[in-house]
Design a protein around this ligand. Sequence first.
Ligand code: NBP
Length: 475
Amino acid sequence: QQANIGVTGLAVMGRNLARNLARHGYTVALHNRTEARTKALVQEFGDEGTFLPAATAEEFVASLERPRRVVVMVKAGAPTDAVIEEFAALLEPGDIIVDGGNAHFLDTRRREAALRERGLHFVGTGVSGGEEGALNGPSIMPGGSAESWEALRPLFESIAAQVDGEPCTTHIGPDGAGHFVKMVHNGIEYADMQLIAEAYDLLRHAGGFEPAELAEIFRAWNTGRLDSYLIEITADILAHTDPETGRPFVDVVLDQAEQKGTGRWTVQTALDLGSPVNGIAEAVFARSTSGHADLRAAARALPGPSREPVADRAAFAEKVEKALYASKIVAYAQGFNEIQAGSAEYGWDIDLGATAAIWRGGCIIRAAFLDRIRAAYAADPATPTLLATPDFAEALADAQDAWREVVAVAVREGIPAPGFAAALAYYDSLRADRLPAALIQSQRDYFGAHTYRRVDKDGSFHTLWADDPRKEIDA
Ligand code: NBP
């Protein structure tokens, strides 16, 4: 008997993907550097489907039908390179290596090019949804050749999350496109989490709500337009009491957020692409700020305003919902613009609406909201920004007074809300009739003769500043 597909790297993610494939009727070859993991999988879950465990890479490759499909699920970075090399040496032209780890898209481009030279297909694939998603249906974002997609498509479509009968996977584009989209997904996730956290903080410390009351507010929000996995788990967390101390769980957790790096990559890449993602950047910096215990300790005695809780708590909660929704629109608009910029830079031709559609299930940012993004791109695939599409423009118009008031309350009460404020600043920057960039260009010309363009005629100009008596000249 031959296996339809093989998985090498059987830690939590690889093990669960292998089980998911087997549960869908595929015969799955298994391999792991340390054989004990392979044996443990068969022992614990062998009855879930047909597994062909292999002790060596050679045995594993020999058990696969052609073209061979090898899924690599090992630690990102050097281990991934080592494992790819080990298997590439054993495979034949036309075979397919899938990297389902969290690789940087530039590594994926490098690996794809090198393997293509050797006649192998390399498919850098974003897999979202963590451990649970891998087992029960992730969102799968593959990048690679069209030919490899056709070979993987039936398998990926059957194991992916399903929403309204549609599988949460699609061919994102060539080489690094899949890992790029997964990276931006994680950047958006950072922003979404930060905005929810700010809503919580403002409601608690300006609105005076207790965690148990907040759990109810978030539960109610989860039945409306904010309906999403992250809002749902936030309600659960806020309702949870620490069994040891009897205090709200959120109060016993150390307030220093950690990160594994995909949010940082999203921002670094955006800087390289010249794609403004200030909402996502603030979310990454907010985690970083929280983690600097030294800075925070040094500054703890600095004065803040005297606090006055808002007068009408219920009305304030409604305003925070609007601020959250508006800021969320901005964060997603920025993330989709970054995908658009990456797609243009690397020639990927990514379908933004299809990307929104496959995030509706399986992944951490899954939400009803993504249907609206898909619809917006369906109506106008070339829209420069989601903010200007009719559905979102209307929501922003409805939210903006409340949004401004919530940011003002945050400032007045001394509660940091960098996500809300950055999103609002982005909104105001895009809609501004004139930006003070005109003054910046003037300064650049003054001190560095960098030239400027004019509103009233074409060309670039330089002014002779200071005491120079000559008038402006054509540069
Ligand atoms: P880990 O990232 O913890 O990696 C452990 C696996 O890598 C084990 O199978 C280990 O083999 C293997 N490995 C290492 Br480490 N070095 C190796 C080497 N030099 N040669 C061969 N194998 C090596 O596993 P994970 O948490 O399951 O994640 C797998 C991938 O999926 C990662 O890239 C991760 O970023 C990505 N991912 C994870 C999640 C998540 O929620 N955990 C979500 C989405 C994506 P051993 O058993 O012999 O030590």
